[in-house]
Design a protein around this ligand. Structure first.
Ligand code: BGP
Length: 465
């Protein structure tokens, strides 16, 4: 029997600072790793994006026109702390104050991502997350955000897609491994350990400073299927699920390393150094909910020696991990124009699996279809393909709710067109089209896509569409 969406379901959508704001080195903002990385060939740089930094009032008014109950955005670390630590940039503090107040003007819950792929360059220069001081750097930044915005922000997300930073960060330029590192895997999981400790301390601090706020992680979760019923393929899928998904959620929720992952790290001499007191910190930091990004499921089989590396992979595609699993295509699924598989039923399966493991309310912080949208002469964008994708995925969320999984809200990627992690402005996700191309800034005018009007109706009818 189909259950209705909860009456206070948080319908909204998401963006991230480095992909949407622009003004990446203006008004006192310092450079992050995004502002110094090599821009992928043929794609836009991040100096303008869609100029949300100056046009956020118009953008939030458009979100309110759709009836959003929430807006998930990230706070750029180097807009607040240009050097990552030390001196505070008041213009940065003021910008996010204004942004939050604009949301509240329309009764929209601001859902703040504290860290979304934009490590301060000044801290990367001090070893990035390899440096144990990164725990204190992040907690200091968290404290400043809680002090300035904790009176109005009730929902906090710690680190966007920490699992993607660890698994493909070096590939898509969101994680820096110090020069001269010999054991890359060990260094990566040492960085990951520091992020986990920092996350737990930030969750504890949030509960101490903001008793009415809710905080949680925001990993990218793809349930991993076995390529066949061959037992070795099932074991490979278990290993991939552990390495890609459960490591992060077991740690956030239980404060413990997943045993399959620890065995894998031991096997590869890549176990992170755990300091005295770390385990107590990890167990003390507890999430109030689990935010997660879902784009699709993945399929793996038993590893064979064809695996060379995860080069060319991205968040949603993996060639595999040598000796552990091999990524394979799922012949039952269609693909987007950018090659990502599409699996709405897998969304329900992923939610069911997470709820039975962790028994915590969940918030969808990303889900969406990247496509080559076209603006017509009369200012329309006929993105029926995006309506179909979102409608199918929302239907599965409702089936998961009917499976008694507790869902807090749905914030698809993205509220408005913005710059892809590595495929430019052309890979569009928004309900709102922005008139610019990779190298031609165009008018930056906003246009309501067909999905804008459709999503407005979905929200008005609380998902009955
Ligand atoms: C997720 C990121 C988002 C967004 C999304 C779409 O991994 O959290 O920042 O980029 O992927 O991915 P892409 O932009 O690569 O299409």
């Amino acid at each position: 029997k189909l259950k209705p969406f909860p009456k206070d379901f948080l319908w909204g959508a998401s963006t991230s600072a480095y992909q949407v704001e622009g003004a990446n080195l203006s008004d006192g903002k310092g450079p992050s790793c995004q502002d110094v990385k090599e821009i992928p060939e043929g794609t836009s740089d991040l100096s303008v994006c869609v100029d949300h930094y100056h046009r956020y009032k118009e953008d939030i008014a458009l979100m309110a026109e759709m009836g959003f109950k929430a807006y998930r955005f990230s706070i750029a670390w180097t807009r607040i702390l240009p050097n990552g630590t030390g001196e505070i940039n008041q213009q940065g503090i003021d910008f996010y104050n204004d942004l939050i107040n604009e949301c509240l003007k329309y009764n929209m819950e601001p859902i703040v991502t504290m860290f979304h792929f934009d490590m301060p360059d000044a801290l990367d220069k001090q070893g990035s997350w390899s440096n144990r001081d990164s725990v204190d750097w992040f907690v200091n930044f968290a404290k400043i955000m809680f002090e300035n915005y904790g009176d109005r922000v009730k929902y906090w997300l710690t680190i966007n897609e920490q699992n993607m930073l660890t698994l493909v960060g070096p590939v898509i330029g969101t994680l820096r491994i110090p020069e001269g590192t010999t054991n890359i895997l060990k260094e990566t999981y040492q960085q990951n350990h520091h992020m986990l400790v920092a996350q737990s301390k930030a969750m504890q601090l949030c509960h101490e400073m903001l008793p009415n706020a809710k905080i949680g992680p925001a990993p990218n979760i793809s349930l991993v299927y076995a390529a066949t019923s061959k037992p070795e393929d099932v074991l490979a899928a278990q290993n991939c699920n552990a390495i890609r998904n459960w490591l992060y959620l077991d740690m956030a929720v239980y404060g413990k390393y997943n045993n399959l992952v620890w065995a894998y790290l031991e096997e590869h001499d890549a176990c992170p150094e755990i300091l005295d007191g770390d385990n107590e910190i990890l167990e003390a930091g507890k999430p109030d909910f689990i935010g997660f990004n879902y784009y699709n499921t993945m399929t793996v089989g038993e590893a064979d020696d064809s695996i060379v590396s995860d080069a060319g992979a991205d968040q949603q595609s993996s060639n595999g991990v040598a000796g552990v699993y091999k990524g394979v295509a799922n012949p039952n699924l269609g693909k987007t124009e950018f090659g990502w598989e599409i699996d709405p039923v897998g969304f329900r399966g992923t939610i069911r699996e997470m709820y039975s493991r962790y028994r915590l309310p969940m918030l969808v912080t990303e889900n969406g279809l990247g496509a080559y949208d076209k603006l017509t002469e009369d200012g329309k964008v006929h993105d029926q393909y995006r309506i179909n994708y979102l409608r199918e995925h929302i239907a599965q969320v409702q089936l998961a709710i009917s499976d008694d999984c507790e869902m807090l809200g749905y914030c698809p990627w993205s509220a408005i067109d913005l710059i892809s992690t590595h495929e430019g402005i052309r890979k569009r996700y928004g309900f709102i089209y922005v008139d610019r191309d990779e190298f031609d800034l165009g008018t930056l005018n906003r246009y309501r896509k067909d999905s804008f009007f459709w999503y407005k109706k979905v929200i008005e009818t609380n998902g009955a569409d």
